[in-house]
Design a protein around this ligand. Sequence first.
Ligand SMILES: O=P(O)(O)OC[C@H]1O[C@H](OP(=O)(O)OP(=O)(O)O)[C@H](O)[C@@H]1O
Ligand SMILES: O=C(O)c1cc(=O)[nH]c(=O)[nH]1
Length: 223
Amino acid sequence: MRLTVAVSPGGRACRDPRSRRGRAGCGGLDDARSRSLLDQRSGLDRVSTVDETLAADIDAICRLTGEFTLRSGQQATEYFDKYLFEADPGLLLRVARQMVDLLPDETDLLGGLELGGVPIATMVSSLTGRPALYVRKQAKEYGTCKLAEGPDVAGRSITLIEDVITTGGAVRDATNALRALGATVEVVVCAIDRSPADQNPLADVGLEVRPVLTKAQLDAARP
Ligand SMILES: O=P(O)(O)OC[C@H]1O[C@H](OP(=O)(O)OP(=O)(O)O)[C@H](O)[C@@H]1O
Ligand SMILES: O=C(O)c1cc(=O)[nH]c(=O)[nH]1
């Protein structure tokens, strides 16, 4: 089943993405229809295709249990292996389509964070026609010596594209680095936000987090 709904722009601060995502059955998305919906993206009203089983499908393929050390140094008994959805072309496309609706209109560049944000940013770039940027953890030490690979970032508005947010540390580092290069960075769109509910882990750097899926949604989607 495919549903089409009208939504208003905004992110974690001004709308609850849960309100437009459910759990019950949904088949594949129609390419021509989605393209035509994307073409309508302008102004304040957006029309989205709701993917009702995305949370369940992502959870089923990505959630691992065990003992994991996270990037932040935290210990966890669960880990969302984003590469398991990114390596699946259908799932990657479905996540990217949901991200399209979360993008601020003023986005100049889609900044995919190394490594897991890169394939997502590339897919979103392909869907929207907006250029991608590939943001390294550290600048290369040879060749162009760039941290952000792609177009020049000075004076551009960059929306960050991330796979998973836990503490927000990786996104904070990228935000600070890009701002130091002269970019405007105000929003991060992520596939999975597993940070504590109802807190913005990036409020300290003035960044709005717009998740496709939260940990609570993934928990709720479990059979
Ligand atoms: O919000 P944080 O506490 O910073 O944690 C989330 C970050 O940790 C992972 O990075 P990692 O370096 O493991 O990812 P990669 O495989 O994408 O390089 C993930 O891809 C996020 O970038
Ligand atoms: O915090 C992390 O490092 C992290 C958590 C997670 O669930 N998945 C991931 O790729 N990284």
